[in-house]
Design a protein around this ligand. Structure first.
Ligand code: PA5
Length: 453
């Protein structure tokens, strides 16, 4: 691990003793996690076990609808979208939507996680509604972006296909007891899947939020949960050196405390690029917090940044190598890429090109990562590498679970609540007020006052 230096007193990096010095804090964090788990507050830790009971229902439903629909569209945002995007990029064929053979009869997948009118209209103009099923995903059942998309699409389906077809073209994934989406779903007779109450949006990829779209694409959802369970077993220990989630949280925390507040995740596997995006939300929304400690307001939280190797070597690497000493880089690598592609020889008279012939792209991308790692280390830039044997459902389940537990543990180290998002809620509430939602009149008044000034 290249976070460590062997020479005490070097300006960047830290010694292993520095981790051991935190032992009391680490023990307290472990205990807090255990207590919160026993108290039922950490629902994401239960998912590898609880979600097994609905796998059959999700798979059967997906199988039953498979032949009927050629397109599967997710309407959702944030934690209700990013996990599906990450799974799709990692586990589906790289050109899944374009390649019918690779889809093996499964529907194309689209995730509408923004309300940009041009993008919305373009997709709806492109899809044949008759062949399209929409999965509305919202834990709260009230998010403006998702619910407005639902209103638009429901209206189109009713007008184009008929009121009686609405129920068949939608799936609702939401909270079982609260929010408006569940009310609407029941009223319309829409098929529903539930997000456990004690699982927050950004921790929900291994609930029907991520599992239902995955099942529709033919992704092996049992293996996803099996991977998460395997990681849960590994991470039961309180020995920091044996627990990858705890160790990674601690290293990231120490790096931040040492002024490396920019945390870059840089996969060298194209399929993992959206894991970096999913993680960016998880880390930012969970740890970026304002806390009141003994009357003093403290603002904490490292800034997660996504990058992609080798692409961003030609965009970001210069900054990472020689810019401010404020970054820690996490590489994600894979031992075995799914494909093995050899670079053909050619132009033997031009040595600057011909040396590439006979190598593989696998070697090339691995070498690029190792070379970047070495150069960063030489420049005293903190970095660590997480290696997967291969990208598959089992390793993805492990990765999701590890990062979620890492985030919960980091929340304890920062002494903040990693499971709320008051800053996001504030923005949502202003939007509700400005657009005239009942009960949010004071938000509108505040906005109007501000605008007048
Ligand atoms: O992590 C979170 O809680 C958020 O990012 C939510 O996922 C996001 O705001 C969408 O919320 P909802 O699922 O309630 O529509």
């Amino acid at each position: 691990n290249n976070m460590f230096v062997d020479q005490v007193g070097k300006k960047n990096g830290f010694t292993k003793e520095k981790v051991n010095d935190l032992q009391d804090k680490l023990t307290a964090a472990h205990q807090a996690i255990q207590e919160a788990k026993e108290d039922g507050q950490l629902g994401f830790m239960e998912l590898p076990y609880t979600q097994k009971t609905i796998i059959k229902e999700m798979k059967e439903f997906a199988e039953q609808k498979k032949g009927e629909f050629k397109n599967f569209v997710v309407l959702g945002i944030g934690g209700s979208a990013l996990g599906t995007i990450a799974l799709h990029t990692a586990l589906n064929h790289s050109y899944y939507n374009l390649n019918e053979e690779a889809r093996k009869g499964h529907p194309r997948l689209f995730v509408l996680d923004n309300v940009d009118p041009t993008r919305l209209k373009s997709l709806l103009q492109t899809l044949d509604l008759e062949e399209t099923i929409f999965n509305v995903i919202s834990k709260s059942g009230g998010t403006a972006e998702t619910m407005s998309e639902f209103l638009l699409v429901r209206d189109l389906v009713a007008k184009e296909l008929g009121e009686d077809k609405v129920a068949n073209h939608f799936i609702a994934t939401t909270s079982e007891d609260t929010g408006n989406l569940i009310k609407i779903a029941k009223q319309e007779g829409i098929k529903t899947f539930y997000i456990p109450e004690n699982v927050g949006g950004r921790f929900s990829v291994l609930t029907p939020v991520g599992l239902v779209p995955a099942a529709f694409c033919g992704i092996n959802i049992e293996e996803l949960l099996a991977g998460a369970e395997y990681m849960d077993q590994i991470c039961k220990t309180d020995d920091i050196w044996q627990n990858p989630a705890y160790l990674n949280a601690t290293l990231q925390y120490l790096a931040d405390q040492a002024g490396k507040s920019m945390s870059v995740m840089m996969p060298y596997v194209h399929g993992l690029k959206d894991v970096a995006d999913w993680y960016r939300q998880l880390w930012a929304e969970s740890l970026g917090k304002r806390e009141n400690r003994a009357g003093e307001v403290v603002n904490v939280g490292p800034t997660p940044i996504k990058a992609l190797g080798a692409t961003d070597q030609h965009s970001q690497a210069q900054l990472y190598m020689e810019g401010p000493y404020d970054k820690v880089i996490t590489f994600l690598t894979v031992d075995n890429h799914e494909e093995d592609v050899t670079i053909p020889g050619g132009y033997s008279e031009i040595s600057g090109v011909s040396y590439l012939g006979g190598h593989t792209f696998n070697q090339l991308i691995k070498t690029e990562q190792s070379a970047t790692e070495l150069a960063l280390t030489k420049n005293q830039r903190l970095n660590c590498t997480i290696s997967l044997p291969e990208v598959n459902e089992f390793t993805m389940g492990q990765l999701f679970y590890m990062f979620e537990l890492q985030t919960a543990f980091a929340g304890e180290l920062y002494n903040i609540n990693a499971f709320n998002q008051p800053g996001v809620e504030l923005g949502k509430n202003y939007t509700y007020g400005i657009l005239g939602r009942e009960g949010y009149e004071d938000m509108k008044a505040e906005y109007d006052n501000k605008s007048e000034k």
